[in-house]
Design a binder for this molecule. Structure first.
Ligand SMILES: [Zn+2]
Length: 463
């Protein structure tokens, strides 16, 4: 049995041209399941021929249309026939790119090129935007090598090497970053007071930030470097992610500004930022907004440190000691700590920590060998929590009240973003090492892919 696939092209003038693409043969009576239906190799060959046929026809029609002088309509004389190669998802196609002598009705400037090449003007890049987008998306989702293998396995695309995937991912990242810088520069201030009042009433955008460490390639100054990941949330809006490696981002604050802009933020609007105690993170938000920022210390990170104190006291109480006055009093205070911090009484919490420390020191004086190490650990944990509270004093709030109002109090959602952006592509494979620049660029594309920006037709990715 034999099947022939033909491509029939009909021009706008109604002329029909038929080209034979492929012929597929099979025994009249197949003997195995493997012989049933179209095979991958046949499909790839068919797609490549179909693409070449369609593209060459389109480009030839384009060149023919532009051969007529735009001013007088006379056909411009052919100077020579050249070719151009265009990489597509369905193979690299060589197309004719004829050059025409400029019509004599148009006086070229002295020394100026007196020829025109409409096809070269059309093919502004070496690849189609679609190929660039698919390569970049694969490069952001999986390793460059795996991405190249997937493409090669399924499509007649060329080139299929991983360098090509890396180059395209980087190119798209640069484009995304440039778009963000432009969007950041275009943000306008809220001018009239009514709009300002309306903005204050509406839910504020909440920026949740978290850091992640990425293993560096040999030759970098450090073994690890930090990537800042985050998301901007606002009621009724889809979440917008962003990520950056500060040392290589051209304008780190512009990336955050662009994310805020997408959530309807305007210059001067208040923003809420939640992060752990790292002072670099709120500083980034301040430099991005240049306006009021309510900074909240992440409840999860605070709660973890309270838990460290609770664990030590539980260990002490489990020792089955004879009744110890100082231990009982310390336990009572530890039990109040979480409640005090949750309700925004951080000064009272610090007083309680001071008392716990002094009870613990009273226990150390008793010189009981099994207790000594644990009591010392209690002192150390209390000191840690206290200095954490003191260094983040301005960022402690009434978490209970905010939580009851159904507003976010934790970066746990930002940590999810870290997992999506960094861990899944950069940490889990232990052998993977990154240059700060390479990681930064892949993160730009990953954030865009996860936000669904790649499905958006408005994004023009090819250069
Ligand atoms: Zn002319």
């Amino acid at each position: 049995m034999q099947w022939t696939v033909r491509l029939e092209m009909t021009t706008s003038a109604g002329e029909v041209t038929t080209t034979e693409l492929v012929t597929i043969s099979r025994p009249a009576v197949v003997s195995t399941l493997a012989e049933v239906g179209l095979m991958l190799d046949e499909t790839k060959a068919l797609l490549a021929k179909l693409q070449a046929g369609m593209l060459c026809g389109q480009v030839a029609a384009y060149a023919a249309h532009h051969r007529a002088c735009a001013a007088c309509g006379v056909l411009q004389p052919l100077k020579d026939r050249r070719t151009r190669r265009l990489q597509t998802l369905f193979g690299t196609v060589e197309v004719e790119a004829p050059r025409f002598k400029l019509c004599c009705c148009r006086q070229p400037a002295p020394m100026a090129e007196a020829t025109v090449s409409p096809v070269c003007a059309l093919l502004t890049a070496r690849c189609t935007p679609e190929l660039e987008r698919v390569q970049a998306e694969l490069g952001a989702r999986t390793s460059f090598r795996d991405g190249a293998r997937i493409l090669e396995a399924l499509l007649p695309v060329s080139p299929t090497n991983h360098e090509s995937l890396r180059t395209r991912t980087h190119a798209v990242a640069l484009q995304l970053e440039a778009d963000d810088r432009q969007a950041a520069a275009e943000i306008t201030a809220v001018r009239d007071d009514t709009a300002k009042a309306a903005a204050a009433d509406a839910s504020r955008p909440v920026v949740m930030l978290d850091g992640a460490y990425i293993r560096a390639v040999p030759g970098q100054q450090t073994r690890n470097f930090e990537a800042i990941c985050g998301k901007v949330e606002r009621e009724g809006q889809p979440t917008r992610r962003f990520a950056l490696v500060r040392s290589v981002a051209e304008q780190p604050h512009a990336l955050l500004r662009a994310a805020l802009r997408d959530q309807g933020w305007r210059e001067g609007d208040a923003v809420t930022a939640i992060s752990d105690g790292d002072p670099a993170l709120p500083a980034l938000v301040r430099s991005a907004t240049g306006g009021p920022v309510q900074y909240i210390l992440d409840w999860f990170h605070l709660s973890m440190r309270v838990q460290h104190v609770e664990q030590v006291i539980r260990g002490l109480c489990a020792l089955e000691l004879p009744p110890l006055g100082p231990l009982d009093r310390a336990q009572t205070d530890v039990e109040r700590l979480r409640h005090l911090l949750w309700n925004g009484h951080h000064e009272k919490a610090c007083e309680a920590l001071g008392r716990i420390t002094s009870w613990a020191q009273d226990i150390i004086v008793l010189n009981i060998p099994v207790v000594d190490a644990k009591a010392r650990r209690l002192v150390a944990r209390c000191a840690e929590l206290r200095s954490y509270i003191e260094s983040n004093e301005g960022a402690l709030i009434d978490y209970g009240q905010r939580s009851r109002a159904d507003k976010p109090i934790s970066t746990s959602r930002a940590e999810g973003t870290v997992n999506q952006l960094v861990s899944a592509r950069m940490n889990k494979r232990q052998q993977m090492r990154w240059s700060p620049r390479g990681a930064h660029r892949v993160l730009q594309v990953r954030a865009a892919v996860l936000d669904g920006q790649f499905g958006h037709p408005a994004i023009q990715l090819a250069a």
